[in-house]
Design a binder for this molecule. Sequence first.
Ligand code: 4AD
Ligand code: MG
Length: 434
Amino acid sequence: MLVTIQEVKKFSGEFVKIGGWVIKLRSSGKLKFILIRDGTGWIQCVMSKAEVSDEVFCLFNSLTLETSVIISGKVNPDSRAPGGFEIQINDIQIVGQSVDYPITPKDPNEKDHEPDFLLDRRHLWIRRQDQVNILKVRHSIIRAIRNYLDSRGFICFDAPIFTSNACEGTSTLFEVNYFNTQAYLSQSGQLYQEAGAMAFNKVYCFGPAFRAEKSKTRRHLTEFWMVEPEVAFLDFDGVMNLIEDFTVEIVAQVLVERKNELQELGRDLSKLENVKKPFPRIQYTEAIGILRSLGQNFEEGNDFGSPDETILTQQFDRPIFVHRFPHQVKAFYMKRDPNDERWALGADLLAPEGYGEIVGGGQREDNYDVLLNRIREHQLPIEPFQWYLDLRKYGTVPHSGFGIGVERTTAWICGIHHVRETIPFPRTIYRLTP
Ligand code: 4AD
Ligand code: MG
């Protein structure tokens, strides 16, 4: 039976077999060192000429980067080894050769491959330790999100991917020919969550979202994963409280579960440990004041661009809310501030250290006539929204929700520059393969 590298510590002094891939080879006279990885970790295996047959010793010469092997040997405690153990090799079985593996291990002293070179080989790049770490953190974020919502009575209520309407504006829709009628890939499951909240009180969907974004920034994918909770009888302050509590908990759980991975990624953990309540809540107009005082030339009435968000978040040591945006820049479904109709009751949560928006949410318009007018004002067709209007016709209640992007959250928590490394196979304007 094979033992994983993670389990090796339970077998100190015993003989085990490990299946893995070669990541580094080193030779020092009669000693051969083989570093292998198996997805759960990596371990150094040592082979001494005196202890194996000539035949096995010679196999070392046919090992290359990413050759798959089964190594048999004794688990020896070694305080110098990173995991505390190394394997004293008895036997090597080569499972699959690897000729001219194109990706070299990441070496802080050497220039890395160009991003496009790596992205073209994403199916192999994901084997590298930094990518494994990022994607393990992603997994823990997803689990933390589900734990948070599931333990608080939210029902997972999946939204369709094929839709007949636009949720987040008509300019970023992917069109699909759906049996000779026009359909779109979902930009957001929110409208369906609103129906779910009226049935279950608290719901969420967790699925892919599609945006035909022409943006080439480090924050934009055309296909990304979003979690969208929605709650009945929740007002605007209530949803900001929920987003705050949710974010604090997710970060705390990932810090517990993935400390090693984050450290290996070089993440400054103190920055994450700082993610505590309360998050500053800044009105749009205040945010403009801050930007202007920093010499930014910001035109009132616009939405913030990525550079504005970067500068704004660099002023704070934790995530911040920006709320009450001019209604013109926000989606048709947002409720307006009853105290000042210029503002939409929408809030963005901006992650610190320049990461920018990771959550968008707010209170929804719950009045039938007002919502109907908004749909008209936004020049959207009424027909596909008839069911959505029904929610305001049959027992409407105030309700609010939000959407958090998994990739942007992963980029922030891992402290990496670009969202393309936070999803197994990224999709951007220029990339559909692998
Ligand atoms: O702010 P957005 O567009 O909000 C909505 O879609 C709402 N319907 C959510 C809701 O209230 N239920 O998107 C929410 C989040 C963003 O904050 C960001 O994290 C992520 O989704 N996101 C993207 N991530 C990667 N690439 C893109 N092109 C993204 N667009 C949005
Ligand atoms: Mg947004």
